[in-house]
Ligand binder design. Structure first.
Ligand SMILES: [Zn+2]
Length: 408
């Protein structure tokens, strides 16, 4: 092992749970300002103690709160770092009336009230997906992994045993007319807008908001709502927390760098990592790179060690403590500006980036069959001219049409 442990006030995620568990319940109760009983909508937002303002470092946050991990309780936190326990937990569920989508009875009842209230406002909500068993989630995840690879699949689909859908407390909703189903643009549809504003009144909160991807570990999902019950949902809303992770004070725990942030020729340290004068622990330590820092890769690799540049020093680090390794494209004879050249070449063959999970269809319109869904943030090649708002494109060796609205 070639990393230096420091006596940092920040605890590694692995230490958090045992520590929290070992604290006395009395202490936690004293420090816990977020219990549903003490928070109410009558309290002005300014006097509500938010999870973020509560403490200055993670160790205090841990002391302050007991993480709700009981999947039988509506307050349970489930994410990539805190999977369901037991892993194959299966709640009792009921079908939402008039659908085959299932939720826990309390959530199903609240959902039906929400649908009725929305209908009064002229907004027609459709239940898309509710409870998913461990086995079903495994099928889904494996399916996405096959299509997109594991890295992207884990951004859009949960590893079995880590999905909120398995709790029976999460529901994906859509418009009755299926507009923008399970796509980012759903946020701008009638149901997307209505739910973002009103769902909390029925005990549901938007679980994977925009801009919180590094905390939740998931892309923006304006359709995914989590039932917390009205008391907790209102407390959550009043706290000003943007994620359940922040509300419970573990906002840093699920941090997984977004794939779009991975720049060619970089990597991230996963420990306080020694940079040495050569490839191997026998070489002199030049400096210690803190955990979680981005380092530049020079492109040289030797028996598991990478040559990196950090803080204007160049040396060697063990690849064991690097993540998101993206080696620079090695073209030793090419001058420095070669990357610019290839960039301009690339822009001549017209490409565009998808701004949502985008359906590729057999023709230019939603009435045509879906061939595949291109993940958000992918580059596609535009192969022809725009036709009534649609582009012919090529992606992953397949050709079809996509709406120009979701191309940049
Ligand atoms: Zn969902």
């Amino acid at each position: 092992m070639d990393f230096t442990l420091r006596t940092s006030p920040k605890l590694s995620p692995a230490l958090k749970v045992p520590l929290a568990a070992s604290l006395s319940v009395a202490l936690m109760t004293t420090l816990l300002p977020l219990s549903p009983a003490t928070a109410s909508t009558d309290v002005p937002a300014t006097t509500t103690i938010s999870a973020q303002s509560l403490s200055v470092d993670s160790s205090v946050q841990i002391a302050a709160k007991k993480l709700p991990r009981d999947p039988n309780n509506i307050n349970v936190l489930v994410n990539k770092k805190y999977p369901l326990s037991p892993k194959k937990f299966a709640p009792k569920t009921v079908a939402i009336s008039g659908t085959d989508v299932r939720l826990k009875a309390s959530a199903a009842k609240a959902y039906s009230s929400m649908v009725k209230a929305a209908a009064k406002d002229g907004v027609k909500i459709r239940a898309v997906s509710g409870y998913r068993s461990y086995v079903r989630q495994a099928e889904l995840y494996n399916y996405y992994t096959r299509i997109y690879g594991q890295s992207y699949a884990s951004k859009i689909s949960a590893v079995p045993g880590t999905s909120e859908h398995q709790t029976g407390l999460a529901i994906d909703i859509g418009n009755k007319n299926k507009a923008c189903g399970l796509q980012a643009c759903f946020a701008n549809t009638p149901v997307g807008k209505w739910a973002a504003k009103n769902a909390y009144k029925f005990g549901f909160v938007l679980r994977y908001p925009k801009g919180q991807e590094s905390i939740t570990g998931y892309s923006f999902e304006p359709w995914h709502f989590r039932y917390l019950g009205t008391t907790l949902a209102k407390s959550y809303k009043n706290s000003g927390a943007k994620t359940l992770e922040a509300y419970y004070g573990v906002a840093s725990s699920t941090k997984t760098p977004a794939p779009t942030k991975t720049v060619k020729g970089t990597a991230r340290t996963t420990a306080n990592l020694n940079m040495r004068s050569g490839a191997g622990t026998s070489n002199r330590i030049l400096l210690t790179i803190p955990n979680g820092k981005s380092v530049k890769l020079t492109g040289s690799k030797k028996s598991g060690w990478y040559q990196v540049t950090y803080s204007s020093k160049t040396g060697w680090v063990s690849g064991t403590y690097l993540s998101n390794i993206s080696m620079p494209s090695k073209s030793s004879k090419a001058p420095k500006d070669s990357s610019k050249k290839s960039e301009s070449k690339a822009s001549k063959t017209k490409t565009a980036k998808t701004t949502a999970n985008l359906n590729m269809r057999t023709g230019n319109g939603t009435n045509h069959r879906i061939k595949l869904t291109i993940p958000r943030g992918k580059m596609v090649t535009i192969t022809g001219v725009k036709k009534s708002g649609w582009y012919p494109v090529k992606y992953a060796g397949r050709s079809g049409w996509v709406s120009a609205t979701y191309l940049r």
